[in-house]
Design a binder for this molecule. Structure first.
Ligand code: GLN
Length: 484
């Protein structure tokens, strides 16, 4: 059963080939057997899952169930889940049981989804390798010595190892697309404002967006349909109708104008990855698409811009963790200041502290104009570059990550090299654009991802474009050895 896509599992449930309880037991057994090696899940919610599955089975027999009813899912541990430990990968929240559900958790559970557990992640979603987690690194099922990418590394490793057919994830600078690329999955980061951020623990509020990791674009379309939509509890949620993403999947791609990002094919891209991207583009040409080279001159500034804006926002967002209101508290404080200092000093890891310090610095009175304000101006230029490109083309394509998965430990002591891993993904976050990564081949047995970026709210188009490729290729069906 773990080979099947969500769409196939949905058919199986409806045809009574298996029940949701059977499906849930099957995945829980795989988690029990395989998770100790992978470290992909922080919490397994077996009992709750079986109760949800039972309810889904009742709904299914009543004939009133929606497309997601009875399907198992793992939530990234950044989403608040009522009554369930919600750690955000941090010691700071290692004792935090959320008192409410995030909007997407609520919506998916109303759709009948069964939550199997909560996925490991980089601490507060800061990282590209899942090595900053308080709960230890996650291993990539394609090669246990390699990282699964980050920050949604637990979500990605879990789905790639077939511990669940879908996991939620979040993308502030690439954390859905990069792990998707490194583990051979389909990752979808929707437009900023398309999916509610309520109950999603904030890292950089103007960049954070929730999405999915699945095997196929069709599965992503199924889940997004029920996840997206206006939420009055998120002030940046956009009130625009949610299209039926599944209905638009099969539109023909002839005449599609694909922009090739000149800046993405220059510099640090490995030739073996570049070759696979070119082959993927040929598939699109065969389907009748036209390739047009476009240049986004300000795009190379996206990494430095991001590493001013994101830390600035995180330094503010993370000030709420003071050892008083919730989460970790240092023992035997001498006085209030000592309580604050030691709770934060002991509760946060090194990367989180580095970001808080950078953020505090760029926002400080003497440096605000030189760094923060300047970064906001460059962010605007990057957004304008994208807007100009989309007057010419329907979607933009390029690599998701400059290299396939790297060794655990290879970049931990070198934050700059680690940050450069996000060079291709960050632009879409700065501009708030929807973007996907789909598997397009392997290098030395490790998956490589093709990135597709679209204009605001063009998720249906992105999914249609990704689905067209997956109809022609088999890369999305590859399963890592040992997890068949
Ligand atoms: N790797 C990037 C960072 O560390 C992106 C993280 C993310 O998208 N959550 O900030």
């Amino acid at each position: 059963m773990h080979h099947l896509t969500l769409a196939q599992l949905n058919e199986g449930l409806r045809a009574r080939r298996f029940s949701s309880v059977e499906l849930t037991r099957h995945f829980l057994a795989r988690i029990e057997r395989l998770n100790p090696t992978l470290n992909a899940l922080i919490t397994v919610t077996g009992e709750q899952a079986l109760a949800q599955a039972q309810r889904a089975d009742e709904l299914l027999s009543s004939g009133e169930a929606g497309a997601l009813a009875g399907l198992p899912l793992i939530h990234k541990d950044i989403f608040c889940t009522d009554g369930v430990l919600t750690t955000c990968g941090s010691r700071m929240l290692s004792n935090f049981v959320a008192p409410y559900d995030a909007t997407i958790v609520e919506k998916l559970s109303q759709a009948g989804v069964v939550m199997l557990g909560k996925a490991n992640m980089d601490e507060f979603a800061m990282g590209s390798s899942n090595e900053t987690s308080w709960y230890g690194p996650v291993k990539n099922p394609w090669d246990l010595k390699k990282v699964p990418g980050g920050s949604s590394g637990g979500s990605a490793a879990a789905v790639a190892a077939r511990l669940a057919p879908v996991a939620t994830a979040t993308d502030t600078g690439g954390s859905i697309r990069q792990p998707a690329a490194l583990t051979g999955l389909t990752g979808l980061k929707p437009t900023y404002g398309r999916v509610s951020r309520y109950g999603m623990i904030a890292f950089a509020s103007s960049l954070d967006q929730a999405g999915t990791l699945t095997f196929t674009a069709k599965d992503a379309a199924m889940v997004l349909r029920d996840m997206a939509g206006f939420d009055a509890r998120d002030s940046t949620s956009v009130d625009t109708p949610v299209p039926d993403y599944v209905a638009e999947l099969d539109k023909p791609l002839s005449g599609l104008k694909i922009g090739l990002l000149k800046e993405f094919f220059e510099g640090g891209l490995e030739e073996s990855t570049a070759k696979l991207i070119r082959e993927a583009l040929q598939v699109y040409e065969r389907l009748g698409a036209k390739l047009i080279e476009v240049s986004l001159p300000n795009l190379p500034l996206s990494v430095p811009t991001y590493y001013v804006v994101a830390p600035a926002e995180c330094s503010s967002n993370l000030s709420r963790f003071d050892g008083v209101r919730f989460g970790y508290r240092a023992e035997n404080p001498k006085d209030l200041l000592d309580l604050y200092k030691r709770s934060r000093g002991e509760g946060f890891g090194a990367e989180v502290k580095r970001r808080i310090m950078t953020g505090t610095y760029v926002l400080s009175a003497g440096y605000y104009d030189a760094y923060y304000l300047r970064a906001q101006k460059v962010r605007r230029l990057i957004t304008d570059d994208f807007a100009r490109a989309f007057q010419q083309v329907d979607v933009l394509m390029g690599p998701t990550s400059p290299t396939p998965a790297f060794d655990i430990g290879a970049k931990v002591d070198d934050p700059i090299t680690m940050y450069l891993n996000d060079i291709y993904t960050i632009g879409a976050n700065l501009a708030g654009l929807p973007a996907m990564s789909i598997p397009c081949g392997t290098v030395g047995g490790l998956p490589v991802g093709l990135q597709i970026i679209g204009p605001h709210f063009a998720e249906a188009k992105l999914l249609n474009v990704a689905h067209g490729y997956q109809n022609e290729t088999l890369w999305h069906r590859d399963i890592p050895k040992g997890y068949e």
